[in-house]
Design a binder for this molecule. Structure first.
Ligand SMILES: Cc1cc2nc3c(=O)[nH]c(=O)nc-3n(C[C@H](O)[C@H](O)[C@H](O)COP(=O)(O)OP(=O)(O)OC[C@H]3O[C@@H](n4cnc5c(N)ncnc54)[C@H](O)[C@@H]3O)c2cc1C
Ligand code: FES
Length: 342
């Protein structure tokens, strides 16, 4: 039977945080469970970031760790690795840093960092976020979105994950860069790389419902959740017959051609129709809005629509006119942040 122990964490300047820690969990994990992110990095006993001094209390044995992170002599002197310590009594642990270095987060949020920004076109960037190793990776269903906060400027916006949830703690976003945009303008300004972010979520019901001949319709960065669903289908059901109608202003704005070709190489029955409103002279592909290309698809299909609200509404109206039942139309509108939101 597991037992709980009281653990007093004290910091430089005599600040104190009280948590409880079960005897089957380490102190870092227990603190996280209660919303405190103590300084830590590897969480496997190799980096020594989580060192503290055991003022009072007992433990049976530290979990396996590198002698470079903590030698036996240091342990004899009372030093411990909090990521490797499971208590066997109430404890008091002192840290040599101030309490304001302890991160706080609400339940369901992850702290992370922008680890890569790649320009995909003049107006769209791929932004990669890696969440903190100290927290469990975010779990989401392909098609869902997260509320992303740029903590340096205090702005929160919704963005859909373009990748499938995995163990690597990375979230991929396709962000349309609006020069006046508070969030996307900050990304466009080129200073966001390396900045901290807070991720809340996942949210949304725009997920694949398992129908046999889906039609995905995406406008601009509306491709993000669709890409996630197609990537998932490519892994789990590559023989699916599916259609993607992808619209952009010009052929220069068409995103992720390589990724779509990769998906098509494993999904032989995926038809990709990329259509542009204002083609450059070199464009030899389809021209016009996405609705023009919905006439050729089977009305018995299920439809997944995503992008600017105007595009989604136009598609819905078009499909309803063609007697597609509402239950077979799934949509996500990239609506703007409402007045009063950050
Ligand atoms: C569920 C959901 C998922 C979303 N997923 C994505 C995504 O994956 N990728 C993505 O790029 N966006 C996505 N959005 C939109 C995103 O949340 C922001 O609204 C958008 O990035 C603009 O934020 P901003 O702070 O840069 O601009 P703001 O500061 O909010 O706006 C600046 C100016 O740009 C105008 N503006 C705002 N949005 C648009 C727009 N879409 N088109 C034209 N003008 C606009 C505003 O009216 C204002 O004048 C999503 C929205 C929702 C609701
Ligand atoms: S976090 Fe690296 S040793 Fe504990």
């Amino acid at each position: 039977m597991t037992r709980e122990h009281k653990v007093a964490l004290t910091f430089e300047g005599a600040d104190r945080i009280d948590i409880v820690c079960r005897d089957d969990e380490d102190v870092i994990t227990a603190a996280l469970r209660q919303g405190y992110l103590l300084l830590s990095d590897c969480r496997e006993g190799s980096c020594s970031t989580c060192r503290g001094f055991l003022v009072d209390g007992e433990y049976d044995q530290l979990l396996p760790h590198s002698p470079h992170a903590l030698s036996d002599a240091e342990e004899d002197d009372g030093l411990i690795l909090t990521c490797r310590l499971r208590p066997s009594s109430d404890l008091e642990i002192d840290f040599d840093y101030p309490a304001d270095r302890v991160g706080r987060y609400e339940e369901g949020t992850r702290n992370g960092q922008i680890v890569a920004i790649e320009s995909l076109s003049d107006s769209v960037a791929r932004v990669m976020v890696r969440t903190n190793a100290a927290q469990a990776p975010l779990q989401w269903e392909a098609g869902q979105y997260a509320q992303v906060t740029l903590t340096t400027i205090g702005v929160t916006r919704a963005y859909s994950m373009a990748n499938v949830c995995g163990a690597d703690r990375e979230l991929e976003f396709l962000i349309r860069l609006l020069p006046e945009g508070r969030f996307s303008g900050h990304v466009a300004a080129g200073t966001a790389l390396g900045e901290p972010v807070r991720i809340r979520g996942p949210y949304g019901h725009f997920t694949f419902r398992g129908c046999t001949n889906p039609v995905f319709v995406a406008g601009g960065t509306g491709l993000a959740p669709v890409l996630a669903m197609l990537r998932e289908l490519a892994t789990k059901a590559p023989a699916t017959t599916a259609t993607l109608v992808f619209g952009a202003k010009t052929d220069l704005d068409l995103l992720c051609s390589e990724e779509l070709s990769e998906i098509q190489s494993v999904m032989p029955y995926l038809d990709v129709i990329a259509t542009v409103g204002n083609p450059t002279p070199v464009w030899a592909g389809p021209v016009g809005g996405v609705t023009a290309h919905l006439n050729s698809v089977e009305p018995s299909a299920s439809f997944y629509l995503c992008g600017p609200p105007g595009l989604v509404s136009a598609c819905e109206a078009h499909l309803t006119e063609r007697d597609v039942p509402r239950g077979r139309i799934h949509a996500e509108r990239f609506v703007e942040t409402r007045e009063g939101q950050q």
